[in-house]
Design a protein. Sequence first.
Lengths: 346, 441
Amino acid sequence: MTFAKLTASTLAIAALSATTAAARDNVQVAGSSTVLPYASIVAELFGDNTDFPTPVVESGGSSSGLKRFCEGVGENTIDVANASRAIREKEIKACSENGVTDIIEVRIGYDGIVFASQQTGPAFTAFEPADIYNAIGAKVMKDGALVDNTHETWAEFNADLPGVEIAMFIPGTKHGTREVFEEKVLLAGCEATGAMEAMIEGGMSEDDAEDACFDVRQDGKSVDIDGDYTETLARIDANTNGIGVFGLAFYENNTDKLKVATMSGVTPSTETISTGEYPVSRPLYFYVKKAHIGVIPGLKEYAQFFTADEIAGPEGPLAQYGLVADPDLAATQAAIANETTMGGGM
Amino acid sequence: MTDASLNTPAHSGKQLSQADAHTKKRNAAEKRFRAYGLSAILIGLFFLVVLFTSIIRSGLPAFTRTVVDVEFTLTQEQFDAAEKELFKTKAYSNLFIAELQGKLGEKGVEVEFDEKAIERLLGKVGSTIREHYKENPDTLGAPVRFELAASSRVDGYFKGRVTRDTLQDSRFLQLSDLDLVDALEEAGVIKQAFNWTFITGTDSGVDNPGGAGIGASVVGSFFMMLVVLALSLPIGVAASIYLEEFAPQNKFTDLIEVNISNLAAVPSIVFGILGLAVFIQFMHLPQSAPLVGGLVLTLMTLPTIIISTRASLKSVPPSIREAALGVGASKMQTVFHHVLPLAMPGILTGTIIGLAQALGETAPLLLIGMVGFVARGYPEGFAQGFTEANSAMPAQIYTWAARADVSFYEKAWGGIIILLAFLLTMNIIAIILRRRFERRW
């Protein structure tokens, strides 16, 4: 048997691949691992509730998702990019250079970032941004001077915190979560401790000082996690003194293992995030390639289904999982219905 | 040893039966070496046992699930009304909850509970109900017995993952709900059952661990392996026969040989990037398709097959070739009638090692869109199996292991058991084939 048959089947496969190279019938999504859980819930429901095939949702981080999104127009590129931050000017430019000019921005809701430690570990119950900055910032204020961070324990700079070794697990730079962490926690802490002021007095421009505030110490007290929250959880599990940065939904799913700390005195919850009381939250987005609407079946329907009141509203399955519903959902729905692209064009 | 007498002087008068110091030392060294070897094997076995027990212990719970077993009647009007909604599955699950709530009294359950308690106990049941009535519209109006998945925390309560001590009140489940669960169990409404969905189903959303299954990704892996087998075996065997039997020995063939060996050591992610650039961006093959996955893995498997095929061709004694040539066979007849059949067992072993490696590979699939949430379900036909978006087993396991809900972690272990079973089947087929081809001389 073998040779002739195998060669024949090889040729058959080659021929097959040539004929079916066209026509993709499912929506293809990639991007933020923070949005992935919500997107997977919607994708499953979309497949169950409509006659369209279930969309494929890939992970990989906001930046890599947007990069793939901007690769061009056509069936071999993705239709939707999930992002846990807004698209940057740079990325919009890269997009338009590759012919991706009409982008519809969809805000699906808000997500809180929480600081959690082992349920049975030391009493990390309340943080201020200044504490986090003092723990892991590259340069901190000590006795009125800006010095390299040599803090070993939390109690060194805040007597209310446990005197245990600093061990923080923060999202890696490819995650959109990192950006929020930098802006809402590190920068705020940098300002509150006076480090930023000292930097500016030391001759830095304001922008440079801001960037310097984002620098974290490199001596192993702060660890970048490039994987998912499960990796952070595993690190916390293995280290009693570890503090991890998690999404609210992830924490709520693991309350038996983790205890959460307040930030600036506010306990993170869907209520405190939607009222804006809890300081560390960010909007979640997805971006739709307008050129693909009408070409890829179900693309517009997917975006509409995602943002429908029944799904993304306060009583929907996304809120049930931990997403903080967007009060301006109606505006988003209208924008999708009219296919309003970024920059106001139709 | 016929001339033992020659050795006698060396023993300088001692009797042969008495071991001298040197011999004792040598014997002791041999004993020590045996002990090292034995302990190496024992250590290996120990780790194997630890690995298997932990896989089986963590993975077995994935094969059972907690279900709510009740009769449910849906009228034509309710069906029509639900089908008009945007969120149809929610409408079905609301109807089911209402009916279950009403039935609890007649089942003898007298525990107080709040209105959302039943919703918290149930998994995402809507899609199962909708699917059933879509396929069997004639059962509308008549009572149908459903076995529907309970929520992940209730499932955990039955499996011992969640206890009354560790459960924290949340919107997912509250401590008071467990009284209701106990009462329902007594009434026979909630029970443990074998989880067929896990074996036959597709991936599910992160909020629906009860509906997740590995079946579709087994099919995806199967189609990928078909592509790998159909491409890498003929190409690999043809290349090695040419290199081994026909090619002249010169700088050019040396260069090819070195490159093949190098290619075997290239990290698999490199092939993924290559696949993305060549197959998807240049050749415009569909994303997330087993066809592309298979092509990428073929590239990865080829060097393994070529190297092992060449080794087994080399191990065929030259006398076989010479005998065939001697009775007048052509070079090609020699190879195909005599050398190749004798080399077949070795080729099969190499192929199965290559396939097994390819089966467990996740890294290259990351880049061609097979890792993530891929829940297309079963392909409609054989040809579609190659081109429709699908996941693969290792990719599915990886995805589950990264999810927040602990019950997905359990499913990841269960997936490993299925993956090992798949691998074992492949190996058994290879062993059977080897036995059939094996010849001794």
